[in-house]
Design a protein around this ligand. Sequence first.
Ligand code: NAD
Length: 373
Amino acid sequence: MNSRRDFLQKLGVSAVALQLGTVHVWANDKNASHQPYDGKVLRVAIMGLGGYGTRVAGAMQYCTKAKLVGAISGTPKKLTDWQDSFNIPAKNCYNYQTYHEIKNNPDIDAVYITTPNGLHHDMALAVAKAGKHVICEKPMALNAKQGQAMVDACNAAGVKLLVGYRMHFEPHTLEIIRMRKAGEFGKILFFQGLCGFEIGDPTQWRLNKELAGGGSLMDIGIYAINGSRYMTGEEPIWVTAQETKTDPVKFKEGVDETIQFQFGFPSGATASCLSTYSQNNLDKFYLNGQKGWAEMQPSTGYGPIKGRTFKGELDQPVTTHQTVQMDAFADILFNGAQPPVPVDGNEAVKDLKIIDAIYLAVKTGKKVDLNLS
Ligand code: NAD
């Protein structure tokens, strides 16, 4: 156990989560028990063995309903390392030239795409064509048009498309959503989402327009976009946005450093959000209603997530988000489970439509109307 613990800690899996053990809960069920699972196990190959792919691989070692069984990489050494580290058979390893052959592999159910954003669309289409379920990281694509094409391709191929919205299974988040649905905050009036970190290496793909699709908004601002939707329970009907740039050398044309954006919702509620690559530890959600409020800080990082409301501190369990997400994905794909907040391609297309609208609002300086229904 200790060597596995050391190994997973090296991979960056939360030390707190390791101490507590993985908690397999979706919702506010403090009494959730670890029932033995004898259903169908979701067998996953990860494509793109970088930082996040490795984190998912580590977290999946604790899954009960999903199993890491394959890997796709352009680097042969990474494939042999993963075979050793995660006990992956060589026959389930592919590179970017051969992965279409996965269609002939009956031992893989789904491919989890954890490559740079600009590659998601083409890879998802290829995975769908190979007849495997697609799990894709956020942002699902570079824009709504690409995202819709991914949804259509998966529908046409008869495979499912799920997106790594790990916060949709996070217990503090779900408790606030439960309270909001129960009317405990009264009429929702306002949401604030602050998301940012200071980005390092100027040569990384996150600062390359072609691979990233933009800048901080694509990468971290998307949490405030998605969060504003699941926290208020509404879809925005208009967007305004303003960009500021302090370092035009590092943040080139089309790569945003900081964007502030505002949403209006059908009820009259509004949201005010900040997305930045120039402030560390910016990770806070605040929801205000006529009768009460909720606050989360950190709100979307790997955890431990902390939250409080006008009624006091939340004491939901600390989870390893990726472990819970992958077990939940097995339930969705094989057992027809309905997630508390959608995690499918249509959900991601809504975020991408909002991203398109924010960039348009920045460019034109005008309010942009949205229709997401
Ligand atoms: P990363 O740079 O650490 O890993 C990307 C991987 O893709 C690397 O292994 C790289 O070799 C590979 N790759 C394949 N083709 C490439 C190409 N043409 N150029 C560059 N790399 C190429 O990045 P990451 O942090 O793992 O992010 C990958 C994806 O995961 C992104 O879409 C990102 O938004 C998402 N992500 C999600 C979360 C989350 O919490 N849900 C966290 C981090 C990253």
